[in-house]
Design a protein around this ligand. Sequence first.
Ligand code: K2U
Ligand code: ZN
Length: 165
Amino acid sequence: MLPILRFPDPRLKKRAEPVRNIDESILRLARDMAETMYEAPGIGLAATQVDVHKQVIVIDVSDTRDQLLTLINPEIIESDGSQTGEEGCLSVPGVYDKVERAERVVVRYLDLEGREKTIEAVGLLAVCLQHEIEHLSGTMFVEHLSRLKQMRIKARLAKQAKITA
Ligand code: K2U
Ligand code: ZN
């Protein structure tokens, strides 16, 4: 299980680099991220959250927890409609709030074999894709919330960190 960075860690704001060569280290990273995601548990995880600044995300929104999606250098090439849903984030434990996202997205990415693929998604998978791809650009769902809410979240997490430290 890889350690997950906690908001407001400044490393969560770093922009991830594209993966140039899908080598053994990328395959191991993807495996470790998937294991970390399943154990958390979560439905998605971006490499940024485990302090690796490469464009890799893993997602599994299935109930049976056996439909792992690994996306390398993902980019949203189409998005339309809008939906608002409760979101959480493994880097902001205990915080859930409503965020507006596109209803449908088409994402182009490389799979672990380096093949270029596109996936069309709606609903929770679309939300998760947008949430994870945002992590790779150094943005987090809490930044969609009001400044006041962000201040309260920072204060609460800072207090928690002091207690656990
Ligand atoms: O990026 C993350 O921190 C993983 C989030 C992904 C997420 C995306 C969209 C909507 C909610 C969460 C974690 O999965 S948060 C934990 C969780 C688990 C199951 C369902 C919802 C949230
Ligand atoms: Zn997140």
